[in-house]
Design a protein around this ligand. Structure first.
Ligand SMILES: [Zn+2]
Length: 400
C-alpha cells in the first residue's frame, strides 16, 4: 500500500510539473488549453490548478482572454512570477558571482566576490556567501518561505547527483561537498552542477525555449569545455565528464595536461598556454594579458597573437568537427568570450567549412553575456523546483 501512496504522489508531482512547464515555456493560457496540451482530464486540471492557486504559485491572468467556440470567455492563468525567488552562486576563475532572481529570471540582487587565495577555504567562503545572500534577502523584503532553492555552478567535473565538485582544476579542493556546505546555512534544496551544464539549463529558462533537440553546447572563456544534451536530457557520461572537448588529444603535442593526460587541446588553447606561446614569439607582450585583451590584439592583427591563436582555432575546429561525427547532434551552440569575437568566429567557421561543412551548418553562436551567465545557477534551482512538482521543499522536513 505504501508503494501505491508514493506512486500517487509521484504522479501528482509529475502532473504539476507538466502544468508549470506549459505555463513557463508557452505563456499564460486557459485550463482548457492546459488540458488539451497535457492530455489530462478537465477535472484533473481544475483540481491541480486550484491547489496551485491556493499555494500562491499560480494566479489568474488578465492579459489575454480567449473566446471559445460557444462565445464563452475563458480565464487565462499564469505562474506567479514575482512571488518566488531563486538564489544562485557561480564559482569561476574570474570571481564568485551571487544572484537572486525571480521565477522568470529577473535579477533582483547581484554581487561579485574576488577570488580568495586558491584552493579556497570553502567553508569560510560559503559562510560569507550565505551571509551576503541572507542580508540581501532581508533588504529586498524576500522571505525564506518564498525561496525555491539555491543553484550552485562550479567549473570542472561535478557530481550533480551527490552535489560534489570532484575536480575544479584548483578552484576548490577536490571532492568538496557543495550541498552539505550550503545546507548548513539554508534549509533549501541545493543543486550543484558543472558550469557549462548550468549555462545550458539557464539558456532554456532565459529564452523560454525547452530544448528537445540533441545539442552539443561548448563554452570557451578560459578553457574549452562542453555539455551534451540528448532529447532534452543531459548526458553526463559515466564519470560526469561527457563533452569535455578541451581534453581530447591532438597529434604532435606532448605537453602534460592538468587532467593527467598528454597532448590535450587545452595545453594549446587555455589562457595560460596561449599566453606562454605568444610571449615566446613576442616577449614584449603583457605577461598578465587576459582573454579580452588577447582577443583585442587578435582583432588588430598583432602577428604573434594571430599566429598562436590561428593554430588554436584550427585545433578547435578539428575537435568540434570530430565531436559532431562522434555524437551526431542536431545542433552545436558556441558560447563564451572567444566565440563572441567576430574575427575568431569567422575564422573558426571557415576552418569548419573546410573540414566538415555539415558541422559548420548546424553550428551557431549563443548571445549570452556575463550578467546572463551569472543568472544561470538560478535556473538550476528553477529547473529543480519545476521537475519536483513545484513543491516548496525544505530538506529538514523532508520525510517523503
Ligand atoms: Zn587534459
Amino acid at each position: 500500500m505504501k508503494t501505491l501512496g508514493v506512486n500517487m504522489l509521484d504522479v501528482k508531482r509529475s502532473n504539476r510539473h507538466t502544468i508549470v512547464d506549459l505555463l513557463y515555456f508557452q505563456g499564460p493560457q486557459s485550463r482548457k488549453q492546459l488540458a488539451e496540451k497535457s492530455g489530462l482530464t478537465a477535472a484533473a486540471i481544475t483540481m491541480l490548478v486550484n491547489d496551485l492557486i491556493e499555494e500562491g504559485l499560480i494566479v489568474l491572468s488578465d492579459e489575454k482572454k480567449l473566446t471559445s467556440k460557444v462565445g464563452r470567455k475563458e480565464q487565462n492563468i499564469d505562474l506567479n512570477y514575482k512571488q518566488l525567488y531563486s538564489l544562485g552562486v557561480l564559482f569561476n576563475f574570474d570571481g564568485i558571482f551571487l544572484m537572486i532572481a525571480t521565477l522568470d529570471m529577473q535579477p533582483v540582487f547581484s554581487y561579485r566576490f574576488d577570488l580568495p587565495p586558491l584552493p579556497m577555504d570553502f567553508s569560510s567562503m560559503v559562510e560569507k556567501i550565505c551571509e551576503k545572500l541572507a542580508y540581501a534577502m532581508v533588504s529586498n523584503g524576500i522571505h525564506i518561505q518564498n525561496v525555491i532553492g539555491i543553484g550552485v555552478s562550479v567549473l570542472g567535473t561535478t557530481d550533480s547527483e551527490h552535489g560534489i565538485s570532484i575536480n575544479s582544476y584548483g578552484l576548490l579542493n577536490k571532492s568538496e561537498n557543495i550541498v552539505e556546505s550550503f545546507r548548513k546555512y539554508f534549509d533549501l534544496p541545493v543543486i550543484a552542477e558543472n558550469n557549462v551544464r548550468a549555462y545550458l539549463c539557464g539558456l532554456q529558462f532565459y529564452e523560454r525555449k525547452r530544448n528537445r533537440e540533441s545539442t552539443l553546447f561548448l563554452n570557451y572563456s578560459q578553457r574549452l569545455s562542453g555539455a551534451f544534451q540528448v532529447n532534452g536530457n543531459m548526458y553526463m557520461g559515466s564519470n560526469y565528464n561527457s563533452a569535455q572537448l578541451g581534453h581530447t588529444t591532438i597529434p604532435n603535442n606532448d605537453r602534460l595536461c592538468h587532467c593527467g593526460k598528454r597532448g590535450c587541446v587545452d595545453t594549446l588553447g587555455s589562457l595560460f598556454w596561449l599566453r606562454h606561446d605568444m610571449i615566446e614569439k613576442n616577449p614584449s607582450l603583457n605577461p598578465e594579458m587576459e582573454v579580452l585583451e588577447m582577443l583585442d590584439l587578435y582583432s588588430k592583427g598583432e602577428p604573434a597573437v594571430c599566429e598562436v591563436l590561428d593554430r588554436s582555432i584550427y585545433n578547435a575546429a578539428l575537435v568540434i568537427c570530430n565531436a559532431v561525427v562522434a555524437l551526431d547532434p542536431q545542433k552545436v551552440i558556441l558560447h563564451g568570450h572567444y566565440f563572441s569575437n567576430q574575427k575568431y568566429i569567422s575564422r573558426l567557421m571557415g576552418e569548419m567549412e573546410k573540414i566538415n561543412p555539415h558541422a559548420k551548418q548546424i553550428t551557431s553562436v549563443s548571445h549570452f553575456n556575463k550578467q546572463i551567465d551569472s543568472l544561470c545557477p538560478c535556473a538550476l534551482a528553477i529547473d529543480h523546483f519545476f521537475s519536483h512538482g513545484a513543491v516548496l521543499e525544505r530538506p529538514s522536513q523532508n520525510n517523503a
